[in-house]
Design a protein around this ligand. Structure first.
Ligand SMILES: [Zn+2]
Length: 212
């Protein structure tokens, strides 16, 4: 078969790719999902914001299938999952967001990773909404034990004083970007630190949240 003919055939028939959720070869939609997985996917219904936050959005409800995807994304250096996951992050217009702030090094960081997954997600969100990333607004000043292993009360104590905010956050509307909200204690501590330093509003936009 000559090259032109091969090209024409490849344009006529959509090429099957691997679905981001089930990893099976299939004809995918623009969202990177096969029909079966799209029907299974549960959208999050206006999750309650964690204490100290002025608002929260999360596109998806956390599920076992998603847990596998996040595991690959964070622990297996599968940064190619970024656009797929970032599409579920949304920022409402009424937030009047001025800055995006990827959550710095949270407990998943304890796992062997080579990148901050929140930063990768923020890059996509930034280009979609035209809002700059200001990751220097918050730094983690001390490492903390894995949040996953702690009880709710201990999580809060574990995080106390873990972050330091830069004075540039004063008077600003800031959106924290993260992948998954579980108890929300990390986001709460980030918000508390930013507000103490004078931030006007602190929101969070995430890919998924657990039922809290
Ligand atoms: Zn699928």
């Amino acid at each position: 078969m000559d090259r032109t003919r091969a090209l024409l055939i490849s344009l006529a028939a959509p090429e099957p790719h691997r679905c981001y959720l089930c990893e099976r070869e299939s004809i995918l939609g623009e969202d990177g999902l096969c029909d079966g997985c799209r029907n299974e996917l549960k959208l999050a219904i206006s999750p309650a914001p964690p204490v100290g936050l002025d608002g929260l959005t999360a596109g998806l409800q956390y599920s076992e299938e998603l847990a596998t995807v996040f595991y690959r994304f964070k622990s297996k250096e599968r940064s190619d999952y970024t656009p797929f996951l970032a599409q579920f992050i949304s920022i409402p217009e009424e937030w009047h967001a001025e800055m995006l702030l990827p959550v710095p090094l949270h407990w998943w960081r304890q796992y062997q990773r080579t990148y901050n997954q929140s930063y990768l997600l923020a890059e996509y969100v930034s280009s979609r909404y035209g809002i700059p990333i200001c990751s220097e607004l918050l730094t983690r000043v001390r490492p903390t034990p894995q949040q996953k292993l702690l009880k709710e009360k201990d999580r809060r104590r574990n995080l106390k004083g873990a972050f330091r905010a830069a004075p540039e956050c004063k008077g600003r509307s800031i959106v924290l970007i993260d992948d998954v909200v579980t108890t929300g204690s990390t986001l709460s501590e980030c918000a508390r630190t930013l507000k103490k330093a004078g931030a006007y509003r602190v929101y969070a936009a995430c890919v998924a949240c657990t039922n809290r």
